[in-house]
Design a binder for this molecule. Structure first.
Ligand code: ADP
Ligand code: MG
Length: 341
């Protein structure tokens, strides 16, 4: 990680990956056990300090008092706008188990709390639906195996990642067409039910898996500037996708004392996080422009390949607990996240 100086936080549009840090409040049980916060923030400098002198800078900083709407309007909204303009976008939440990843982007939260999505779905409703089509898919990656949360019968081996002219296509994954917000919410809900009920067979602890909720949009708008060059070739379809990725808990294996099967599992999970960190580090480093980006090292980076860096918009939300008992994990998370900048 290169040291960041005050003022360097606003690097404008050209950063490949935007980094947000969200600090959750101390939870009731932590307050009960008299945990203390080891975090201080300087919102103006976008600076977060761990303990006395571990400073980190980020693009967006959300304190304990920030609500979902604050997070969305400042950091996610620009990606939603880009998505509607035809760009691919990815938001992922990184952090140890219990740091607020799922609270921030998982389950139905993203759709419930965001006015913007309501606005856009209203837009979709008001427009002729033949001009837009919106589909969603919901996938879990656990130990480098897939589970389709919208079609749980599908075997992992029947899901293939293909690359077609730079586009990543997931073959064998169920995509459900949606026409409104209610449908998105009910799909998320049934996917989450599948995730939780399947827990005993495949994944005893959902904090060890990554989930990817994807919204695909095809737009056919003849008169748009976007198509001017192709207008003589008949109607063109502008396709974009938006991934919401709730990553596996980033906690270190040593702390949880894992051995045997659990240790193997942790290594596999961390290999996904490690690969993602390497990809993001490579994308963020201007010196490495044009050099090899190690997408192939894990399922998660292969799936996200066309939605990270390049023309796409990427936001990492690093979630941290303020408790001094989580100091080491918060330090790891901030080190990981700020590597992206
Ligand atoms: P993770 O998905 O990272 O394991 P969760 O999202 O499940 O963590 O959050 C752990 C606990 O903390 C949950 O009880 C959740 O409701 C609570 N929590 C997380 N973030 C916040 C927040 N910003 N405000 C209030 N409670 C939160
Ligand atoms: Mg979670």
């Amino acid at each position: 990680m290169s040291p960041k100086v005050p003022g360097a936080q606003s690097r404008g549009d050209y950063s490949a990956v935007q980094v947000a840090v969200r600090v959750r409040p101390l939870l009731p049980k932590e307050l009960l056990h008299a945990h203390e916060s080891c975090i201080t923030v300087d919102p103006e400098l976008h600076r977060i300090t761990l303990g006395h002198d571990r400073h980190f800078y980020c693009d967006h900083l959300f304190e304990e008092t920030c609500c979902q709407e604050d997070v969305y309007s400042a950091s996610v909204q620009p990606l939603v706008d880009a998505f509607f303009q035809g760009f691919n976008a990815t938001v992922f939440a990184y952090g140890q188990t219990g740091s607020g990843k799922t609270y921030t982007i998982g389950e139905a939260n993203i759709w419930n709390h965001s006015k913007s999505r309501r606005r856009y779905f209203k837009l979709l409703d008001e427009n002729d639906l033949t001009d837009f089509s919106v589909r969603v898919s919901y996938l879990e990656v656990y130990k480098e195996e897939f589970k389709d949360l919208l079609e749980v019968e599908t075997a992992s081996k029947d899901i293939l990642i293909r690359e077609d002219k730079g586009n990543i296509v997931l073959c064998g994954v169920k995509e459900c067409e949606v026409e409104g917000l209610d449908e998105v919410l009910s799909l998320l809900e049934s996917g989450n039910t599948a995730r939780h009920t399947g827990a005993t067979q495949m994944n005893p602890n959902s904090s060890r898996s990554h989930t990817i909720f994807t919204v695909y949009m095809d737009q056919r708008r003849g008169g748009s500037r976007l198509y001017s060059s192709a207008s003589s070739m008949g109607p063109q379809v502008l396709s974009s996708k938006f991934h919401f990725v709730d990553l596996a808990g980033s906690e270190r294996i040593l702390r949880t004392g894992n051995t045997g099967e659990r240790l193997k599992e942790s290594i596999q999970i961390n290999s996904g996080l490690l690969a993602l960190g390497n990809v993001i580090g490579a994308l963020a480093d201007p010196k490495r422009k044009g050099s090899h980006v190690p997408y192939r090292d894990s399922k998660i980076t292969r799936i996200l390949k066309d939605s990270l860096g390049g023309n796409s918009k990427t936001l990492m939300i690093a979630c941290i607990s303020p408790s001094s008992s989580d100091f080491d994990e918060s330090l790891n998370t901030l080190n990981y996240a700020t590597r992206a900048r």
